[in-house]
Ligand binder design. Structure first.
Ligand code: HEM
Length: 153
């Protein structure tokens, strides 16, 4: 039952992360930009941060209290591939977060503030990189769950 609950929580957070990332990308277009879009991006990005922390916590709880035990993962190359990919997604997400925070600050001082076109395009490119790297995580996860890459040596 514990493993079922941990798996369910894990999947809910993972789908939430994917949904928020897709929503940010959908909004991150020059044509979609408005003061209201900046506010929405701020909310989505805050949710993204909270969900990323939640999956890290839920993931390690699953490593230690799931059905297979921590050794199954710590000796599994696919697990470390998954963790490395998750870290890369986290790193690539930093500049967009800093940009969105700067836009929110500018919007507090100017109600009509709309981000500069070239900045929006730059952040959009980073979000596209993030989503493509993110897509590798479930592939590593599927390998990891089936012991592909497991080696006690
Ligand atoms: C965005 C981040 C993540 C995504 C997209 C993701 C995705 C997945 C998916 C799709 C599975 C099911 C694999 C399957 O049964 O085929 C899974 C399982 C799992 N994930 Fe994650 N995960 C993420 C983050 C994490 C983190 C940060 C950890 C640990 C710190 C973690 C630990 C686990 C564990 C222990 C399982 C169970 C695998 C098993 O059944 O043996 N995950 N993950």
């Amino acid at each position: 039952m514990t493993d079922f609950l941990l798996a369910s929580i894990h999947h809910l957070i993972v789908f939430g992360l994917a949904a928020v990332l897709a929503a940010e990308l959908a909004l991150m277009r020059p044509a979609a930009m408005s003061p209201h879009t900046v506010k929405l991006l701020g909310r989505f990005d805050a949710a993204y941060g909270a969900l990323a922390l939640a999956i890290l916590a839920a993931g390690f709880v699953r490593v230690y209290y799931g059905a297979k035990g921590p050794d199954f993962y710590f000796h599994n190359h696919a697990f470390w591939g998954k963790m490395a990919t998750f870290a890369v997604v986290g790193l690539v997400s930093i500049p967009p977060t800093l940009r969105i925070a700067a836009w929110k600050k500018a919007a507090r001082h100017d109600a009509a503030f709309v981000p500069p076109l070239e900045e929006v395009n730059k952040v959009r490119r980073l979000l596209l990189i993030e989503i493509h790297v993110f897509a590798l995580i479930p592939i590593f996860a599927a390998a990891m769950a089936r012991g592909v890459g497991y080696g006690a040596g």
